[in-house]
Design a protein around this ligand. Structure first.
Ligand SMILES: Cc1ncc(C[n+]2csc(CCOP(=O)(O)OP(=O)(O)O)c2C)c(N)n1
Ligand code: SF4
Ligand SMILES: [Mg+2]
Length: 309
């Protein structure tokens, strides 16, 4: 991935588009954080692509002064996979929401993770469909009253991190948009991961689900309730770092572990596919042509009948 010729700043990543999120939406903080950390990654803007689906979160690529694609609902991981496979030199980011990435696009998301495509996936989780004005999503709490569940949801939410781990993701993390230093450090770490990196970002939707994460991430409680997982370090939390988690007779986790990151190095599917391509080229002594492919294997000549039958 080529480095920029001149030193870039946050400003270089700000596009000329009017930002159309509601005042107070946490998407602004994520945007500012990503724009701020981009210069540190040392990648030229023309080598960066943000691909999104549909939703408030998915408006993200308009606001980044990089290449981008505001695509089809839920399909960003599939489009990003195609792009990364065909142009491995690009840094490909996916921005999705809890509805876009976990409802309609759940299938694409789990397979991008399973296949370990070299993508950086940011899932803005506000536990609601924001753009369509407040329907329940797969992360909405059981019993939540929304526009689509006036008496409360009757289906259980799932945890995006468990889903990602279950799909075999090689990098999984959670952060919150109201902790800028933590959020940017997690996203930066994801950027350096070779393989599919999945980051869930708690993002408050002030209009349709205000306060969804207050219980854990508000400034006055978060030190006592969030545990920042750091590689190789003990699981301690609390203002004075005087509380901790440990494995006793069984798992005795009393507080929600609200942050974590874990990474595993594994070959990426785009890398393996290219290696296969090179092997095949060696075997055929050069690149194959489409014509040769169409004429290979079982082929038939179809003769046009005389119409007697
Ligand atoms: C095929 C299709 N189905 C449904 C919709 C309607 N739709 C647009 S965005 C959205 C949900 C977005 O929710 P989320 O991904 O959580 O994004 P948020 O707006 O909360 O950031 C839905 C259902 C659509 N645009 N296309
Ligand atoms: S509806 Fe919610 S998520 Fe969408 S822009 Fe407004 S505050 Fe943000
Ligand atoms: Mg949402």
């Amino acid at each position: 991935m080529s480095a920029p010729l001149v030193k870039l700043t946050k400003k270089d990543f700000v596009s000329d588009q009017e930002v159309r999120w509601c005042p107070g939406c946490a998407d602004f903080a994520i945007l500012a954080g990503v724009q701020k950390l981009m210069p540190d990654l040392g990648v030229a803007r023309e080598k960066i692509v943000f691909i999104s689906g549909i939703g408030c979160a998915s408006r993200f690529p308009y606001y980044m002064n990089t290449y981008g694609f505001h695509s089809i609902h839920g399909r960003a991981p599939a489009i990003a996979t195609g792009l990364k496979m065909s142009n491995p030199d690009l840094a490909v980011w996916v921005v999705t929401g809890d509805g876009d990435g976990l409802s309609i696009g759940g299938n694409h998301l789990i397979h991008a993770l399973r296949r370990n495509v070299d993508l950086k996936i940011l899932l803005f989780d506000n536990r609601i469909y924001g753009l369509t004005k407040g329907q329940a999503s797969p992360t909405s709490e059981l019993g939540k009253k929304t526009k689509s569940s006036p008496f409360g949801t009757v289906d259980r939410p799932f945890n995006p991190l468990s889903l990602a781990l279950g799909a075999g993701a090689t990098f999984v993390a959670r952060t919150t948009a109201n902790d800028m230093p933590h959020m940017t450090s997690v996203i930066k770490r994801a950027a350096s991961h070779k393989g599919a990196a999945f980051v869930e970002i708690w993002q408050n939707c002030v209009v349709f689900n205000d306060g969804a994460f207050d219980e854990w991430s508000e400034k006055d409680v978060r030190d006592e309730r969030l545990l920042k997982l750091e590689h190789g370090k003990p699981l301690v939390y609390g203002k004075g770092k005087d509380k901790g988690l440990r494995i006793g007779g069984g798992f005795t986790l009393e507080m929600g572990a609200a942050d974590g990151a874990g990474a595993v190095e594994q070959p990426t599917v785009d890398q393996l596919a290219r290696e296969q391509e090179r092997e095949a080229e060696k075997a055929t002594k050069g690149p194959a042509t489409l014509e040769a492919l169409l004429q290979s294997g079982d082929t038939w000549d179809v003769t046009v009948g005389t119409g007697d039958a």
